[in-house]
Design a protein. Structure first.
Length: 236
């Protein structure tokens, strides 16, 4: 027990007196920025891809876009996110001559990766909506796109909200790989504390605790949103 108390004291010394808390705050901020921005980008792009993939195939431009969407989804679902980060940061950007910060690169890659998964989640959500909803929208003169955006997709989002919450949780946890492109996240922050204190047990335990708290918080917020949506449905 005394040895563990010493480990805690060593951790607190680096965390408080050597500025370790500043690195942790930066890491937490970057983790949230990457995960939240990635989810938002993923929802926007994923919704577009899902819409394209559920449109009745008639060949031409729709058929081409559907094939393109299929290739996109297969690539991002078929390769590890670490590989995507490395390809984007060390191959694509130098070839294109574009300069981006490591956090910006992580946001883009996580957003594109998330879009591939969310497109499949959204597609299943759209298909779960009663086909009569589309027929009803079209019968009152709404276009296919308007019916999709104003009637079908809002109902689909209600159906897939818990799954979107799981996707957000996955993004939070997957940010631990952004150190491969030099971004500071929670892993990098606590690894910094461990390296400076020559003691990794307590820093890694605290890091795990922070991830658990984040996941529990997200889970709670998703449940609150689900209850709110159920109440709004009952009031209609």
């Amino acid at each position: 027990m005394g040895n563990f108390d010493k480990k805690i004291q060593t951790f607190l010394n680096v965390f408080l007196n050597a500025g370790g808390y500043k690195t942790v705050i930066t890491g937490l901020k970057n983790t949230l920025i990457i995960a939240i921005s990635g989810l938002i980008i993923g929802i926007m792009i994923g919704t577009v891809i899902a819409t394209i993939r559920v449109i009745p195939k008639k060949g031409g431009i729709i058929g081409f876009l559907n094939s393109l969407a299929g290739l996109y989804v297969n690539f991002f679902r078929g390769t590890p996110i670490v590989v995507q980060l490395l390809l984007f940061y060390y191959v694509m950007l130098p070839v294109l001559g574009i300069k981006m910060t490591s956090v910006s690169v992580a946001v883009c890659v996580f957003g594109l990766n998330s879009a591939a998964y969310i497109s499949e989640i959204m597609r299943s959500g759209i298909l779960s909506v009663d086909p009569g909803q589309m027929e009803g929208g079209r019968s009152v003169g709404l276009s296919y796109g308007t019916t999709m955006m104003k009637i079908i997709i809002p109902q689909a989002v209600k159906n897939i909200l818990p799954t979107l919450g799981n996707e957000f949780i996955s993004l939070i946890k997957e940010t631990s790989v952004v150190s491969f492109v030099g971004a500071t996240d929670l892993y990098v922050a606590f690894n910094y504390i461990g390296s400076n204190s020559y003691e990794f047990m307590v820093p890694y335990l605290v890091m795990a605790l922070i991830y658990i708290v984040l996941v529990l918080l997200i889970t709670f917020l998703i449940k609150v949103m689900e209850r709110s949506l159920r109440k709004s449905d009952k009031s209609l």
